[in-house]
Design a protein around this ligand. Structure first.
Ligand code: KE4
Length: 438
């Protein structure tokens, strides 16, 4: 992609980030520890960040931005949140890790199970990838079946069987089916169009009794922000129940974000297993999978399905996560997130109308996406018709106006409790200028 003049401007404003990237590329593939950070699809070179405060981040050249990435979702209460920081600092005085049982982990499991529908038991891991990989293994172990169904553009981490038609960075970089995944593994994954219940029913009919699980994002946040059509989730629930397949709801992104009990609470659906991450670690490496007791009891050491992790339930991550969940339980938090999201959505929609249209906002609670097309986006094929080049130009125009959104058209934006009215109004003004300039 030839970099736009807007991208050039970003480089000119950020000589230190550019220099750091030159150095990083010598020792880190692409200079990044996760591909989507590379700004590949928006042109230009990535910003190096040095500090976060509330809803804002500062880059290596001293510029401040209102941040809608929020570390890709975890920082729903903002950067350097005082109580989260204090909880981690206090835990730190007792050490960083034991690799042994701690009481904190029991309290954390009790908290998660008390909020997440259908979650009788939960096992902590260190990443969303591990959570989804483990849930899939459990579903296969419990059913004795091998096939899984996922949806095009949904991303469930980078385990081999799930890097099939994957969204997020894989879609961004054009490798939704990554090299290195053996065909024998990839062929066990059927990837279908999101929101297409007919395709799901046909797949079950064609593979009767062979499908171990259906895994999905209840709001597809790895191709922007695609809500489930009315009836889609319930249809999946019914098909899985009838066939004996396990319904795995991947709430790594939506968990504790789109409602106190996640998307399952918001949409009134209960999976057999649920995957969690991001928010539950408060910015530290923590994730989890959980669900029905009869399924979770099959995990070692109580059952034969194996999964393990050196740092699973790490005391610092649990301290951060527990504090986050406690703070999210305060009265009015989710009403505030909904109000902020609605304000931002309305403001950007008005800016789109004012600057000639050609774009749309799709939002669920405190996550949203802006697509450069007029018609609704219901699946990956729709998302792929968007004007990605214009997205790239708007991305850099927003940076120039002090707003930092995800550097990819196939990612969601995240609103947090630290985004006050002033920050949102500043963002709306920036969007109007960026749209007009692009
Ligand atoms: P991690 O392994 O990155 O912790 O989680 C994987 C994962 C699983 N499920 C969902 C719904 C997810 O969104 C993710 C990870 N999300 C991406 C951003 N869309 C992480 C950012 C990155 O890859 O750097």
């Amino acid at each position: 992609m030839t970099d736009s003049s807007a991208a050039q401007t970003t480089w000119e404003r950020n000589p230190r980030s550019v220099a750091l990237m030159e150095r990083a590329q010598q020792r880190i593939p692409g200079g990044v520890n996760s591909p989507v950070r590379a700004f590949s699809s928006v042109g230009g070179k990535p910003l190096f960040l040095v500090k976060g405060e509330g809803c804002r981040v500062q880059d290596a050249d001293g510029h401040w931005y209102i941040d809608y990435v929020g570390s890709w979702g975890p920082l729903i209460l903002g950067h350097a949140q005082a109580q989260v920081n204090a909880a981690v600092a206090a835990a730190l005085t007792s050490g960083t890790s034991f690799g042994a049982c701690t009481e904190r982990e029991i309290q954390f499991a009790e908290t998660v199970c008390s909020r997440v529908p259908g979650c009788d038991m939960v096992r902590m891991v260190s990443s969303g990838t591990e959570a989804c990989m483990s849930a899939i293994r459990l579903a296969r172990g419990a059913t004795g079946r091998d096939l899984i169904i996922k949806f095009d553009g949904c991303y469930h981490g980078h385990s081999d069987g799930l890097l099939v038609a994957a969204g997020s960075g894989a879609e961004t970089l054009g490798v939704p089916d990554s090299p290195g995944v053996p065909a024998a593994i990839a062929n066990l994954t059927l990837s279908l169009p999101y929101n297409d219940l007919g395709a799901v029913r046909a797949a079950f009919a064609a593979h009767d009794g062979q499908i171990a699980a259906v895994i999905l994002e209840a709001v597809a946040g790895n191709m922007g922000c695609v809500p489930p059509d009315p009836g889609f989730l319930q249809g999946l629930r019914d098909v899985c129940t009838a066939d004996g397949a396990v319904l795995i709801v991947d709430e790594v992104m939506t968990g504790f974000r789109v409602a106190r009990g996640g998307a399952q609470e918001r949409f009134g659906i209960t999976g057999d297993l649920v995957c969690l991450g991001k928010v539950i670690g408060g910015g530290l490496p923590a994730a989890a999978y959980g669900g029905r007791r009869d399924l979770m009891s099959r995990m070692a050491p109580t059952g034969p399905v194996y999964q393990a992790g050196t740092l699973s339930g790490n005391p610092l991550a649990v301290a951060a996560g527990q504090t986050m969940l406690d703070l999210l339980d305060a009265d009015g938090v989710y009403e505030g997130l909904e109000r902020a999201g609605a304000r931002l959505e309305a403001g950007i929609a008005a800016a789109i109308a004012k600057t000639g249209g050609g774009a749309r906002v799709q939002r669920v609670g405190a996550m949203m996406g802006v697509y450069f097309r007029d018609a609704p986006v219901r699946n990956l094929d729709d998302a792929r018709t968007c004007d990605v080049a214009r997205f790239g130009r708007v991305f850099h125009e927003l940076l120039a106006r002090g707003v930092y959104i995800a550097p990819s058209a196939y990612e969601a934006g995240f609103i947090g409790a630290a985004h006050d009215d002033a920050a949102i109004d500043e963002t709306i003004t920036a969007w109007e200028g960026a749209l007009a300039a692009s």
